[in-house]
Design a protein around this ligand. Structure first.
Ligand SMILES: Nc1ncnc2c1ncn2[C@@H]1O[C@H](COP(=O)(O)OP(=O)(O)O)[C@@H](O)[C@H]1O
Ligand SMILES: [Mg+2]
Length: 325
């Protein structure tokens, strides 16, 4: 790591849905060319964090606070026109649900051409040529045919590739990938991840990779944010995190990863209980009811996300010294 200023900084980001904070004072930074993974169980606020960064929250959700800066430029005050200029150009998102992200009434070619021409001064033929090249970079061999097809004519994996082609089309400085592999089979998953790595190397993009798969994190991430119930509970370099978690929730997530030396049929440990519903939190640590290390203090007082290990990482646990010991 250099001392260069981060590409993205997020301070106290808060997103509310119906009076409840689903993202609650979340702060982090993404360095240049860095891959930052956001992990956590379903419902912890990972997607809402991503959508808030892109200003693409669903209508039910609202960003009520926080500062977002991309390369020193504040995004939190931009209007829709201002954001539209950045989206796809400076920052792109690959959605969890590829089919829903594509327009069912437009051919793949028309969608890509539209996306490309929104940010680049190309005529239609030039844009079409570029679209074809993009499909080839994401490993689509019969690109000419695919350009003429509609999303429903393509498999899920193919739609995912088209979306990635669109997201990478203008060489964004920040690529957000929200569980880009969840719906795909293992071989295609591996190809998609390889593609993201490649593009990062080629264009020096920073990546926010959202996943609940710790195996993917180990493979891809430089730094990891662990989210629980709308908050970051641990942040560390991937190497340090896997070496030793400093939050019991991280430890539980790591334990639920299948290992190569597991006997066939071994039941994976699951974390007992469920993520508390947004707005149901009344005080204390949000993980307390599921935590094997819980003490009275945890139920009484919510721990802040504070530097540990000489400031290399952060943990929101009163007993972080004892975790993973
Ligand atoms: N469109 C929506 N309307 C209402 N609540 C939502 C909507 N989308 C997500 N939520 C709620 O917001 C919280 C955070 O969701 P999300 O960010 O999608 O979690 P994750 O991506 O970590 O699985 C969850 O409690 C979820 O139920
Ligand atoms: Mg999600």
């Amino acid at each position: 790591m250099t001392t260069e200023a981060p590409l993205l900084t997020v301070e106290n980001l808060t997103v509310m849905i119906g009076g409840a904070a689903v993202v609650d004072h979340v702060s982090f930074a993404v360095g240049r060319s860095q891959v930052v993974a956001i992990v956590g169980e379903s419902g912890c606020g990972k997607s809402m964090t991503a959508f808030a960064l892109m200003d693409l929250l669903p209508t039910a959700a609202r960003r009520t606070g926080g500062a977002i800066e991309l390369d020193g430029m504040p995004l939190h005050g931009l209007d829709e026109a201002g954001m539209r200029k950045l989206r796809g150009k400076e920052m792109s998102i690959i959605f969890q649900e590829p089919v829903a992200a594509l327009d069912p009434l437009m051919t793949v070619g028309d969608q890509l051409v539209e996306a490309i021409r929104a940010h680049q001064d190309l005529d239609k033929a030039q844009a079409l040529y570029r679209a074809r090249a993009l499909l080839e970079t994401v490993g689509i061999t019969d690109a000419g045919l695919r350009l003429k097809q509609y999303p429903f004519e393509l498999s899920g994996g193919m739609c995912q590739r088209v979306m990635i082609a669109g997201a990478l089309g203008s060489e964004p400085r920040l690529l957000i990938a929200d569980e880009p592999t969840t719906a795909l089979d293992v071989t295609i998953q591996a190809q998609i991840l390889e593609l993201i790595k490649q593009r990062r190397a080629e264009i020096g993009a920073s990546v926010i990779l959202i996943t609940h798969d710790m195996g993917v994190v180990a493979d891809m991430a430089d730094r990891v944010l662990v989210m629980y119930a709308g908050r970051i509970v641990e942040e560390a370099d991937a190497f340090d995190l896997f070496g030793r978690p400093r939050h019991p929730y991280t430890e539980a997530l790591l334990r639920s990863v299948p290992r190569l030396d597991d006997q066939p049929g071994t039941r994976l440990p699951v974390i007992e209980g469920a993520v508390p519903r947004p707005g149901s939190h009344v005080g204390g640590c949000r993980f307390a009811s599921r935590c094997p290390l819980v003490i009275d203090q945890c139920r009484a007082e919510e721990p802040g996300l504070l530097p540990v290990d000489g400031g290399r990482r952060r943990s929101a646990c009163w007993r972080h010294e004892e975790v993973g010991a």
